[in-house]
Design a protein around this ligand. Structure first.
Ligand code: GAR
Length: 196
């Protein structure tokens, strides 16, 4: 059974999808900690409701963010780090120590609309501005290239006439992210994925 840390920065709807899947017994792992780099986000509330330990390690203006996060991960014997709407770039020190043990969900079909500066609604704005007819979500391993690690799962989602970034974000979450993120975690916990 893997010890899972979920790192968040916002509403935590992806965290919720993972919690639901764990509670249904689909994932052979345990969420041992939820870490937010921002105080007061709703994801922390979700952890609390489900009796999952959580903490805030602020990234903004914090020179010790990386060492504090590393210490916390070690103390909790974390085997797998899941970035679920975590909008902060992890430093090499963490990537090196958790090689092939960090995954991220990104709200587009990588390699489209990804990399530095593409996060949250900006991704959907870019897809709509470009005029693509299909978008989706990707779960991938995290390496030193932003959104550049090996792809684990992807799922396509249709873009419809009249979509706004908000409408599209909701559809991509419902039809792709909330499905493929728990599924990828399950596959890793079941040792079904060859590492990078
Ligand atoms: C999600 O759409 C996630 O894919 C995206 O932020 C949102 C967080 O929502 N992540 C990125 O853009 C990372 N590059 P949530 O807090 O409700 O899970």
């Amino acid at each position: 059974m893997l010890n899972i840390a979920v790192l968040v920065s916002g509403s935590g709807s992806n965290l919720q999808a993972i919690i639901d899947s764990v509670e249904k017994g689909e994932i052979n792992g345990k969420i041992v900690t939820v870490v937010s780099n921002k105080p007061g986000v709703y994801a922390l509330e979700r952890a609390k409701i489900h009796n999952i330990p959580s903490c805030v390690i602020e990234s903004k203006g914090n020179l010790h963010f990386t060492s504090q996060l590393l210490k916390h991960l070690k103390e909790n014997n974390v085997d797998l780090i899941v970035l679920a709407g975590f909008l902060c770039i992890l430093k090499e020190e963490i990537l090196n120590q958790y090689k092939n043990k960090i995954i991220n969900v990104h709200p587009s079909l990588i390699p489209s609309f990804c990399g530095d500066g593409f996060y949250g609604l900006k991704v959907h704005e870019a897809a709509l501005n470009y005029g693509v007819k299909v978008t989706g979500a990707t779960v991938h391993f995290v390496n030193e290239v932003t959104d550049g690690g090996k792809i684990i799962l992807q799922k396509a989602v249709e873009i419809k006439d009249g979509d706004t970034p908000q409408i599209l974000q909701k559809r991509v979450m419902e039809q792709a992210e909330w499905i493929i993120l728990p599924k990828a975690i399950k596959m890793i916990c079941d040792n079904e994925i060859k590492e990078d």
